[in-house]
Ligand binder design. Structure first.
Ligand code: SAH
Length: 214
């Protein structure tokens, strides 16, 4: 790339993310560091720091940088936490969680994306990410409970297995909506065994496809 990716990331963070109110320093620092252009196809590298989602093949997208920042901030991830992500896609969000020191488990249903993300994460030396090919609406029962769960595809409701697999005191962030591509970002907190949901904002994600999705 002719333009310095480090400068592009700095601008991305200031103009798209800080400007919209994200303040978590650790999240901002990770987004300044992580080479987002390595998570898209080479022909798209120049667009990687633009204020929009981008295609990653198979009809799927890497989320807009601001949305990645917002969801990560809402999740309040601490080092050493066990985190489940549904919808690995490019692996970018998983890499953000890994850079925050989490023990990341991420599930993708499309074989090609799963394999590409696995290789990309390994080549970046992010060994604290475990990638599985499966229907993520079923969670990852053998690893549960999770301190944090992040769903990066939109479904009609919060899948019951994910609520079950969320630890007491845990937080989950997910786009939920009555129709495809029309969702509200929801923050779920589990307290005394009950799941309390809070509406955050409107979002547009690709479909969560599976037993507890579309
Ligand atoms: N987090 C990704 C973007 C995700 S796009 C990133 O950082 O690039 C949404 C992804 O969810 C797509 O790759 C899609 O294939 C996947 N997906 C949809 N339904 C799924 C399911 N039930 N289980 C696992 N992955 C799913």
């Amino acid at each position: 790339m002719r333009v310095d990716p480090r400068r592009m990331r700095e601008r991305m963070v200031e103009e798209q993310i800080v400007a919209r109110g994200v303040t978590d320093r650790r999240v901002l620092d990770v987004l300044r560091e992580l080479p987002r252009h390595l998570f898209v196809e080479e022909a798209m590298a120049k667009q990687a720091y633009m204020d929009c989602p981008l295609p990653i093949g198979e009809g799927q997208t890497i989320s807009q940088p601001y949305i990645v920042a917002l969801m990560t901030e809402l999740l309040q991830v601490g080092a050493g936490m066990k985190v489940l992500e549904i919808g690995t896609g490019s692996g970018y969000q998983a890499a953000v969680l890994a850079k925050l020191g989490a023990d990341v488990h991420t599930v993708e249903r499309i074989p090609r994306l799963c394999e590409m993300a696995r290789q990309r994460l390994l080549s970046l030396g992010l060994f604290n990410v475990h990638v599985k090919l499966d229907d993520g609406t079923l969670g990852w029962p053998s690893i549960a409970p999770f301190d944090r769960i992040l769903v990066t595809a939109g479904g009609p409701e919060v899948p019951a297995p994910l609520v079950e697999q969320l630890a007491e005191g845990g937080r989950m962030v997910m786009p939920v909506g009555p129709a495809r591509r029309l969702q509200r970002l929801v923050l779920v907190e589990k307290k005394d065994g009950a799941a309390l949901s809070r509406d955050i904002c409107g979002v547009q994600f690709v479909d969560l496809v599976g037993a507890h999705g579309w």
